[in-house]
Ligand binder design. Structure first.
Ligand code: F6P
Length: 336
């Protein structure tokens, strides 16, 4: 068999480890050929590719980014359609030009949606979920998330001492556009006093009262963790808005830190290396057994798969009664 592999959407730690998992299983266990397509679906439309061999894989387990490059090309999007090119038809033609028996698409929500279109067009395809936001439906976890949580937690840990030294409120804005998984997990792991996520309603009155109550209990600083996608009435960054409201209302000196792309860069943590390896390898098992139109997923400790049609276009949000939120509340954490 000859399979194609591409990476699409925002990068995250563990993509290269996944490519390695796919290639090693395909080459060593099944004698397949692997074609690496550059820059996501853009490379498939432009026939930009390379053959991946054992020699292409050196150092991939620990390497951040993606050796294949990525793009946000959405060939089936009506919004971004090019009147001069029938992208779905071109994509299908190029898959047969390359002689691909199946395509592995590594990406987040947008990529799984595209993969579902590809499956419907009759092309054998397997999706692998990746995003630091952890918001792909149909899987308990995506690789990249644990690494991002570790980076955000380390940053929060470091804010405690400087916050205490200056008797300040520290607001840290972490990634999470639609879903607040990173804010929730890093906020709890880093001992945040206030955690604000897009899924939960909040009032500035409650947030400021939680901070003042902490001060009345004799603490001289507070840590506020904000997901970047938090809804506010003001233009500009959510963290910036929250920080200025807190300072204005409480009179306590407040500073904001935006963690940004450091959460996406660099080497995956050991958990993500294992997860990426398992997911990559499982994608090839699915192809080898003739499966298609499915996304690799993790349910509990098991690696399995779900139909792409079930996950396409669905965002996995933090439920309001998530166990960590309930426990956090019992421990005095303010969620808004
Ligand atoms: O991949 C998800 C994510 O990291 C979001 O949390 C963030 O909002 C977004 O990507 C930013 O991506 P970019 O600036 O690369 O489009």
């Amino acid at each position: 068999m000859r399979i194609g592999i591409l990476t699409s959407g925002g990068d995250c730690p563990g993509i290269n480890a996944t490519i390695r998992g796919v290639c090693k299983t395909a080459i060593f266990n099944y004698g397949m050929e692997v074609i690496g397509i550059h820059s996501g679906f853009k490379g498939l439309l432009e026939l930009d590719f390379e053959e991946l061999t054992e020699h292409s894989l050196t150092g991939l387990l620990t390497m951040g980014g993606t050796i294949l490059g990525t793009s946000r090309e959405k060939p089936y999007s009506k919004k971004h359609a090019d009147p001069l090119i029938d992208k779905p038809a071109l994509l299908k033609a190029n898959v047969s030009k390359l002689g691909l028996d199946a395509l592995v698409c590594i990406g987040g929500n947008g990529t799984q949606k595209t993969a579902n279109h590809i499956a419907k067009a009759g092309i054998p395809v397997i999706g692998i979920p990746k995003t630091i936001d952890n918001d792909v439906a149909g899987t308990d976890i995506c690789f990249g998330f644990q690494t991002a949580v570790s980076i955000a937690t380390e940053a929060i840990d470091r804010l405690h001492s400087t916050a205490s030294a200056h008797k300040r409120v520290m607001v840290i804005e972490v990634m999470g556009h639609k879903a607040g998984w990173i804010a929730l997990y890093s906020g709890m792991a880093g001992g945040g006093d206030v955690i604000l996520i897009p899924e939960m309603p909040y009032s500035m009155e409650n947030v400021c009262e939680a901070i003042m109550a902490r001060m009345r209990r004799g603490k001289n600083y507070a840590i506020v963790v904000v997901a970047e996608g938090l809804h506010t009435d003001c233009p500009g960054r959510a963290g910036e808005h929250i920080a200025s409201c807190i300072e204005r209302t409480t009179g306590i000196e407040t500073r904001e830190t935006v963690l940004g792309y450091t959460q996406r860069g660099g080497s995956p943590c050991p958990f993500d290396r294992i997860l990426s390896t398992r997911m990559g390898s499982h994608a090839v098992e699915l192809i080898a057994t003739g499966m298609s139109g499915r996304m690799v997923s993790v349910k509990g400790d098991c690696i399995t798969s779900v139909p792409l049609s079930e996950v396409a276009g669905v965002t996995r949000l933090v439920p309001e009664e998530h166990e960590l939120i309930v426990q956090g509340r019992h421990m005095g954490v303010c969620f808004g």
